[in-house]
Design a protein around this ligand. Sequence first.
Ligand code: BG6
Length: 472
Amino acid sequence: MKITKFHPLPKDFLWGASTSAYQVEGANLSYGKGPSVQDIKTVPEGTSPLDVCADFYHHYKEDIALMAEMGFKTFRFSIAWTRILPEGKGRINQEGIDFYSNVIDECLKYGIEPLVTMFHFDLPAALDKEGGWSRRESIDEFVNFAKILFENYGTRVKYWLTINEQNMLTLVGNAIGTSNLDGVENKIKKLYQENHHMLLAQAKVFKLCHEMCPGAKIAPAPNISLIYPASCKPEDVMAAQNFNAIRNWLYLDLAVWGVYNNLVWKFLEEHDAIPEMEEGDMDIMKEGHPDYIAFNYYSTATVAADNGDEPVDASKANQQSGMAEPGVYKYYPNPNLQHTEFGWEIDPEGFRATFREIYSRYRLPMLITENGLGAYDKLTEDGKVHDGYRIEYLRKHIEQLKLASSEGCEVIGYCPWSAIDLISTHEGMVKRYGFIYVNREEFDLLDMKRYRKDSFYWYKKVIETNGEDLTD
Ligand code: BG6
C-alpha cells in the first residue's frame, strides 16, 4: 500500500537500545557470580572468551551517561541469573542484587526506563548440570528467580521481558551455545519438552508480575520474522506456513492465547515429540497474559518445500538463516535481498510485513527489542568510526516501522542491537553492532576506551525529533 498520510510516532515512544549480560558485562566469574552455560562452553575458534566483553560491569556509569547523551528513553539489558543466584537457586549473592540496583538507579537518574530481560541465553551451569529446562523443577526455579527480581526491583522497573529468543533456544541452541544434545536419541522431543517448561514458567511469571508489581508491563521476547515462500507454488506456500508456525506462532500463540499451534502440534506428533504434560498445564498457560509483544527482528527468512527424500544440511543454521527440517521446509536464499558482511539477509520491508502480521494476529502493542547490523567497524586515527552502512540499515528499518505505525500497527518502542559494542553469540568481538565503539580487539584488550560512532550522533537526532528526521 502506498502511504501518503503519515501519523507521527507516539510522543512517549520508547527509543533506546539493547544489550545482554553475558555479552557485555565481563567480570563473569567475579563479585560472587556463578558460572552460566555461556561461561563453561567452548567458544568458537578464533573468538574471544567471555570474561571481559565490553567490561560494562566496571564502566556502566560512563556507558549509561553516553546513552543519556543520545537521549535514550529506555535501555534494555538483561540480568545474569547467576549474579543473583550463583547456583541458580538457594543462596542469593547480595553483590549481584546491588549491581543491578545501581544500574537501574543510574538509568532512572537520567529518566531512562530500564527494560529488563530476565533470561538471555545464560542458564546457570549448576542447573544445567542437573538437566536444566528438561526437568519439571526448572519451572519453579525460574519463577523463584523472577520473584527475587520483582521483590528487589519491582517498584523501579516498569517494563519486563521474560525469555530472550526462546524460539532460538529451541531451534539453534548449538549456534548460541545453549544446548547439549550429545547422545540424545529424540532431539526434537527433548527440545520441545524444555520449551514446554519454559512456556509454563513464563506464563507463571506473567501472572506473578501482575500480582507483585501493579502497573508493570511484561512481555515475551522471541525473534520473530515473517517467513516467505520461495515461489507461489502451493507446496512452497505451505512450507512457509509450516516454518512460520514452528519459528514464530508457536511462541506467541502460547504466550498470548495459551494454546499450542495446531501445525506445530502435528509436527511434534509426527516426531513422537509431544511434550509430557501434567493436568492443569494448559490452564496455567491461559492464566498468564503479556501486556505487549517484544520481538527481535533482523531479517525475514525464505523457505521451499522439502519432500524429505534427501538429507538437509542444517549445520550452518543460526538465528537468521540456514534452518531446515526434512519433509517440512528447507532454507532458500532470497535472491531479492542484500546481505550484511556476515551473510545475514537485509529486509527492511520484511520488518513492516512482520509488524502487520503480528498485529493482525494478536492485537497487542509491539516493542522492538533487537534489530541491527553486525559489521567490521574501524576506528580511525582521529577517534572516529564512520559506520554509514549501519545508519543506512537502521534508517531503512525505522522508515518501515513508521509506515507500519501509520498503518495502525501499535508500535511503542524501538531498541536496536546494540547500545554498545559487545561480543556476538558466535562470531566474536569483531562483529560489532553498537552506537558506542569499545576500543578492544578480539583478544587484545587495548584500553577499552569508548568512542562515539557516526551512528551515535545520527541516532541522537532521530530520538530528538521522535523519528521525524532520519537524514545523516
Ligand atoms: C540475537 C540475540 O539473536 O541476535 C543476541 O538475542 C545476539 O544475543 C544478536 O547477539 C545478534 O546475533 P549475533 O550472532 O550476531 O551475535
